[in-house]
Design a protein around this ligand. Sequence first.
Ligand code: URA
Length: 194
Amino acid sequence: MKKKELDELKSECLECKKCPLGETRINIVFSDGNPETARAILIGEAPGENEDKTGTPFVGRAGKLLNEFLEKAGISREKDLYIINTVKCRPPKNRVPTDNEKKACEKFLLKQIEIINPKILIFCGATALKSFFDKKIPISKIRGEVLELEIGGEKRKCIPIFHPSYLLRYHSLEEGSPRYLMLEDLKKIKELLN
Ligand code: URA
């Protein structure tokens, strides 16, 4: 059972003080979604204030916008996705996590990917993309492309998409706008999951 393995991993994570974020967190933000039914893992940047308070990823403004887009694309957050971040603890003042913080957390993230063994990894935003893809291509140029990357010793299908925080700044749904492209990318993911 995936759940049992993940529960054991979470217990280990709860004790983790391998980086300074472990000293300032309220909660670890381990995951959301159903590990038994999820066919994609969505990887965000890092927990924010609301996530730190609740222990659940993507529950603030960006999370609510993400939910709206997932619904429009016909992707179920509860059934189709397992949601995590590049780090499990909130960086102070929501700064971008450092390479050392991401490295300290990598073991948990890779183990989660191994246990879930998803059909697709979704890199949600530039921080998640850069954690796995070290070429200097901006997310705006590579979003929506299916990449084959070796992660944790396995070749995996990965798709970068915009981060919903970025979409909070652009409201247009016109063809070619960030929100339009986000919906296109999520619809493509929905098809790949079928
Ligand atoms: N932004 C993220 O990248 N992850 C969260 O969990 C919340 C906001």
